[in-house]
Design a binder for this molecule. Structure first.
Ligand code: XMP
Length: 512
């Protein structure tokens, strides 16, 4: 395994992900507890992450010295390179001007990180983001590659197997970065590269058991992939100590409740409380048209229902959530300044404080596609695992204007037809998310010999890697007209269908 020492970079978990992709297990430890993690894990290699501090400043973080004395390979990235160089006797300077963005490194000599990849004399694209740079090398190090702003863009001490990179190999803008990290993990550290999700599963199960002991955990299922995977994993760890609650507020997609209840009670035999709360939600949504007011009402009502159910089963000490890494980054990425709330995302936040519960979040380090891989590993059916993301406030934020039972029913039918056509065309898995939006606009139409005056529907489909940016999906010719015709013919209340071509940004994926 590999220990990743985190100096606070926004993208440390991407390093962990690249190491996992190379088939090697890694653990991330904040620099404050890195010494303890190093002693416990006895890793075959260490990666020092980037970070916002400047090694030149007093009291800036350092790596535990024993890491450099243990005879294991070390890769320092950005701040990690600078801290290693400083601790081993070199010098780092504050740059007159930093380098931010794309840069090219000139490879001056080869090193073990480049096996099968780079040769001396070549130039390669990398992603830089630094103010400081290494100015004098620590004894034993040789310069391997340079860039205009970083004379020591890559440094190596081949005898001790210490490597430093000023750029970020973990981000996709460094095209060969994943391979450089894989070379470090496999060639340099000599790890086999045979780690799989099966091992992640057993490591997490052990951790959950350790955290929870013999106490009780409650888990809210949204119908989505993340909470389902978290619940199945936790159930495998602690069995009947887990209770799942699934709240149906009338804002779910067609067939969703049956699918979730069937899967949990039937296939997995996991205790599940299925709360029918349609009246509560629909009555409360009456007259509410403001998007944030809808989101807040739904979030609060969800917590009320959840709390009442938790009390019925005698309470719980832990709340399980399917929080993913992008959720974690999004919530901390604006440190240091007031951030604007674009949308109040609905999860069961607020509940832990109110009920004095602790959180169990076994998926916190993973990205969506990795959660899907874990779901497959746990035996969740493919149709479930590959489902498009679905927001907590459900259909309510796909009905601009007032949400009523009738409008939910219309939208549910139209949405189901759209998704069925997408599946039939074999496009479902190439699209990040597709759904219909029922607009508060009516238009005039003609059906048979009669005039119609009905609602307009917008169809949306986007491609995305993580939901943070997105592009409108281009359907093959003929597809959208076919869907439009089916919806208008089969769904009473809709007489016009449009397609939404907005990317994110400037749009968002959902309409509200
Ligand atoms: P936006 O609309 O902000 O959505 O571009 C980005 C992704 O997040 C999903 N989304 C939510 N997911 N609770 C969730 O669990 C929410 O309140 C919520 N709002 C948006 C959205 O479907 C897309 O995948």
């Amino acid at each position: 395994n590999i220990l990743i020492v985190d100096f606070g970079s926004q993208v440390t978990q991407l390093i962990a992900r690249r190491v996992r992709e190379a088939g090697v297990y890694s653990e991330v430890a904040p620099f404050q507890s890195a010494a303890e993690a190093f002693a416990r894990l006895k890793p075959k290699g260490v990666i020092l992450s980037g970070g916002p501090a400047s090694v030149v400043d007093d009291n800036s973080p350092r790596a535990p010295q024993e890491i450099f004395d243990a005879g294991v390979p070390v890769l320092g990235i950005c701040y990690g390179q600078q801290v290693m160089n400083t601790q081993l006797g070199g010098r780092v300077e504050k740059g007159m001007s930093g380098e931010f963005g794309l840069a090219f490194v000139q490879v001056d000599q080869t090193c073990a990180l480049f096996d099968g990849l780079w040769q001396a004399g070549e130039k390669h694209q990398v992603w830089m983001s630094h103010g400081d740079h290494v100015a004098a090398l620590a004894p034993g190090f040789a310069p391997v590659a340079s860039s205009p702003g970083a004379p020591f863009a890559i440094t190596a001490d081949e005898a001790r197997r210490f490597y430093g990179m000023q750029f970020h190999p973990e981000v996709v803008h460094t095209p060969h970065g994943a391979k450089l990290i894989a070379n470090f993990a496999r060639h340099v550290c000599g790890l086999a590269g045979d780690w799989t999700m099966a091992e992640f599963r057993s490591v997490k199960i052990a951790e959950i058991r350790e955290q929870v002991g013999d106490r009780r955990v409650i888990c809210g299922l949204s119908g989505g992939v993340d909470s389902a995977v978290a619940a199945v994993l936790i159930h495998e760890a602690i069995g009947e100590q887990l209770t799942c609650v699934f709240v149906d507020g009338g804002i779910l997609r067609q067939g969703e409740a049956e699918q979730v209840v069937g899967l949990f009670r039937g296939a997995y035999n996991i205790p599940l409380v299925h709360v029918q709360a349609q009246d509560l939600f629909m009555d409360g949504l009456a007259g509410v048209t403001d998007p944030e007011a809808k989101r807040k009402f739904i979030g609060k009502t969800f917590i009320d229902v959840f709390e009442a159910e938790a009390k019925k089963i005698g309470g719980a000490d832990f709340l399980a959530q399917g929080t993913l890494y992008p959720d974690v980054i999004e919530s901390v990425s604006f440190t240091g300044g007031p951030s604007v709330t674009i949308k109040s995302h609905h999860n069961v936040g607020g509940l832990p404080e109110r009920m004095n519960m602790k959180l169990v979040e076994p998926l916190r380090e993973l990205f969506k596609d990795e959660v899907r891989a874990l779901g497959r590993e746990l035996g969740l059916p493919e149709v479930f695992v590959s489902r498009h993301p679905f927001p907590g406030p459900g259909l309510a934020i796909r009905i601009p204007g007032e949400v009523t039972r009738e409008r939910c029913d219309i939208l549910r039918k139209a949405d189901a037809i759209y998704l069925e056509e997408i599946r039939n065309a074999g496009l479902y898995d190439t699209i990040w998310q597709a759904f219909a939006v029922l607009l508060p606009v009516r238009s005039v139409g003609v059906m048979g010999d009669g005039r119609t005056y009905d609602s307009v529907l917008a169809l949306r489909a986007v491609t995305s890697v993580d939901g943070m940016t997105a592009e409108a999906f281009e359907f093959p010719g003929g597809f959208l007209p076919r869907v439009a015709t089916r919806i208008i013919n089969e769904v009473k209340g809709v007489n016009r269908v449009t397609y939404d071509y907005t990317s994110k940004p400037p749009g968002t994926i959902e309409w509200e």
